[in-house]
Design a protein. Structure first.
Length: 174
C-alpha cells in the first residue's frame, strides 16, 4: 500500500498544476477555491474512483448474497432481507456517479469497465436505472414482508446485474 500512499500525496500537486495551467500562465486567482482543487483532484485520480466503484459493487453483491441466503432458507428472516435490501438500494443509486469520463480502460488503470459505457451513455444509464428500480422494489417488498414480491424483485435485480455486465463489463477470463 506504500505506492498508493505516495500516489495520494502527489495528487494535490498535480491538481494544482491543472488549475494553474487552466489559468494559462496568469497568477492563480482567488477563483481557484478549495472546491476547484478538489474537483480537479477527483478528476486527476481515476484509480480512487475505480476502487470506490468496485467496492460499491462488492457491497451490492454481498447484500445480494445475504438476501439469497434468506430466500433459500425455510424461514426467511425479513429483518435480514430488509437491512440488505435497503443497503442494495442505496448503493445502486451511487452506480451512475461512479463512471466519470477518464475512468475507463484508456485510463491505464486496472478496470473491467468497457469503453462501451462512454460510447453508449444512455444505454448504460438505462441499465443502471433498472438496478435502481429493482432494488427499490426489493426494499419495498421486504418492508411489506411480501415474500412473493421479494422473490420477483430479487429476480429483477439479478437480471439487471447480468444485463449490464453483458454489455458494459469485460468478460471474465476463464
Ligand atoms: C449499470 C451497469 C451495472 C449493473 C446494473 C451492475 N454492474 Fe456490476 N459491474 C459493472 C461494471 C462496469 C463493473 C466493472 C467495474 C470496474 O472494474 O471498474 C462491475 C463490476 C462488478 C463486480 C466486481 C467488483 C470488483 O471487485 O472488481 C461485482 C462483484 C459486481 N459488479 C456485482 C454486481 C451485482 C451483484 C449486480 C446486481 C445486483 C451488479 N454488479 C450490477 C456494471 C454493472
Amino acid at each position: 500500500m506504500a505506492s498508493k500512499t505516495a500516489l495520494r500525496l502527489t495528487v494535490p500537486a498535480a491538481a494544482l498544476a491543472l488549475v494553474l495551467s487552466a489559468c494559462s500562465g496568469s497568477a492563480p486567482s482567488d477563483d481557484a477555491t478549495q472546491a476547484d482543487l478538489e474537483t480537479a483532484a477527483a478528476a486527476a485520480d481515476p484509480e480512487d474512483t475505480i476502487e470506490a466503484r468496485e467496492d460499491n459493487f462488492k457491497a451490492i453483491a454481498k447484500s445480494m448474497k445475504a438476501v439469497k441466503g434468506q430466500l433459500d432458507s425455510d424461514s426467511p428472516d425479513f429483518a435480514v432481507i430488509s437491512e440488505n435490501a435497503a443497503e442494495m438500494a442505496a448503493n445502486a443509486k451511487k452506480v451512475p456517479d461512479f463512471f466519470p469520463a477518464g475512468t475507463g480502460p484508456d485510463s491505464g488503470e486496472d478496470t473491467e469497465a468497457l469503453a462501451t459505457i462512454w460510447e453508449r451513455p444512455e444505454e448504460f444509464q438505462a441499465a443502471a436505472a433498472k438496478l435502481i428500480t429493482a432494488t427499490d422494489n426489493l426494499n419495498t417488498a421486504a418492508g411489506a414482508q411480501d415474500l412473493a414480491a421479494v422473490k420477483t424483485a430479487f429476480g429483477e435485480a439479478g437480471m439487471a446485474c447480468k444485463g449490464c455486465h453483458d454489455e458494459f463489463r469485460m468478460k471474465k477470463k476463464d
